[in-house]
Design a protein around this ligand. Structure first.
Ligand SMILES: *Cc1c(COP(=O)(O)O)cnc(C)c1O
Length: 395
């Protein structure tokens, strides 16, 4: 592997991950599209299964193309190792399966990605897992809800779709004092803008469907662990539960990953301008973007983030109806869920990504009917501004 740990993020994104091809010297990593690997002898097969000899066995438990992607993302996050998964939800549920058991308790952000919450409330609860979803923007709320059996603190910062921030270091301190682990969903930031391990996180997960792949054409996830012990625990569960990645999927994500830093920086610069514009517009009720002075946690953003990201939430005067007018009339952003693509995407969390939450939880978490979420892409910012101006004139 090239020694790039101490290089700048643009260099790291360009060169992370070791190309497994030793035969032809291909510049791009090959796609090892195979389900299984042949042994030279029965004894060799036995040695590989016993862990006495390195080498591949079967793609669910390891494949060179997948490993290249895993090594690349582990490098970017500064973790010990990474495990690629079939989707972001496979990453999240694998971590829950690894560290929660019957009677175990999890404390999490009230406005996490909708399905991350619903899977705990509806599925893990069936196996006796206990939970509290609280406003983690105030770490005291986490402390208040700790129980003897609290095993995980699971946060998303910025949270989806309220753009509330959570202090990673404060959560790590609370978790470790209690003998629990801190898991951070870093999808909204990417390792270009936030490195949770630098603030004490134990596990970082991503939906690579979003900015890491960035091309709106693959569903994928990844779990990065701080140390070997955690990595091996997660690996055991992932390999037996089977939510692993496919070699072709890995190759596509690696291809997208090479432009991550470029895309994120361009989208973020667009987002800052759009957020400023929305904030100054008389028909806009409120805007949440960490790069605005008006964000209640702007200082925390400066402390733990290297940039303010590409996600904006806002509400226009006239609430849900007026919000729908905006979503139905924008010309450039695609009306679709997901985020972090090269193109702008707009959606309505209350009836789309967070529709699975009950009305009371939505209200408590601040997911109002008027909230519109915009994932800003890499278009010309003036075209995006003109588009929003035009739509705001319609309400
Ligand atoms: C999309 C998303 C997920 C789930 O990822 P999938 O790849 O859709 O399974 C988890 N967390 C966040 C923050 C997301 O945006």
């Amino acid at each position: 592997m090239k020694d790039i740990q101490n290089k700048g993020i643009d260099t790291q994104v360009t060169h992370c991950g070791t190309n497994p091809d030793r035969t032809y010297g291909s510049a791009a990593p090959p796609i090892y599209q195979t389900s299984t690997f042949s042994f030279e002898s029965a004894n060799q097969g036995a040695r590989r299964f016993a862990g006495e000899e390195d080498g591949y066995i079967y793609t669910r438990i390891g494949n060179p193309t997948i490993n290249t992607l895993e090594e690349a993302v582990a490098t970017l996050e500064g973790g010990y190792g990474a495990l690629a998964t079939a989707s972001g939800m496979a990453a999240i549920t694998t971590v829950f399966m690894t560290f929660l058991e019957q009677g175990a308790h999890i404390v999490s952000t009230d406005s996490v990605y909708g399905p991350s919450r619903v899977v705990v409330e509806k599925e893990f609860s069936r196996f006796g897992v206990k939970y509290n979803f609280v406003d983690t923007a105030n770490p005291e709320e986490i402390k208040k809800h700790l129980r003897v059996n609290t095993k995980l603190i699971y946060i998303e910062t910025p949270a989806n779709p309220t753009i509330k921030l959570t202090d990673i270091q404060a959560c790590a301190d609370i978790a470790h004092k209690h003998g629990a682990l801190l898991v951070v969903d870093n999808t909204f930031m990417t390792p270009v803008l936030q490195r949770p391990f630098d603030f004490g996180a134990d596990i970082v997960i991503h939906s690579m469907t979003k900015a890491l792949n960035g091309h709106t054409d693959v569903v994928a996830g990844i779990i990065i662990s701080r140390n070997e012990e955690l990595h091996l625990q997660v690996r055991r569960v992932l390999h037996s539960m089977g939510g692993t990645m496919d070699p072709h999927q890995s190759w596509l994500v690696l291809r997208g990953l090479r432009t991550l830093a470029l895309r994120v920086k361009k989208a973020q610069s667009n987002a800052q301008k759009l957020a400023g514009f929305l904030e100054g517009h008389p028909k806009v009720e409120w805007v949440r973007y960490p790069g605005l002075q008006s964000h209640p946690q702007h200082q925390l953003a400066l402390d733990q983030m290297k940039g303010f990201g590409f996600m904006i939430s806002f509400e226009v005067k006239g609430g849900g109806e007026a919000g729908r007018t905006i979503m139905n009339n924008v010309e450039i952003p695609t009306l679709a869920v997901s985020l972090g693509g090269y193109e702008s995407l707009i959606q309505h969390p209350a009836s789309m990504t967070h529709a699975g939450m009950d009305a009371k939880s939505k209200e408590k978490a601040g997911i109002t009917d008027g909230l519109v979420r915009l994932s800003v892409g890499c278009e010309d910012v003036n075209d995006l501004l003109d588009d929003l101006k035009h739509c705001l004139a319609l309400i």
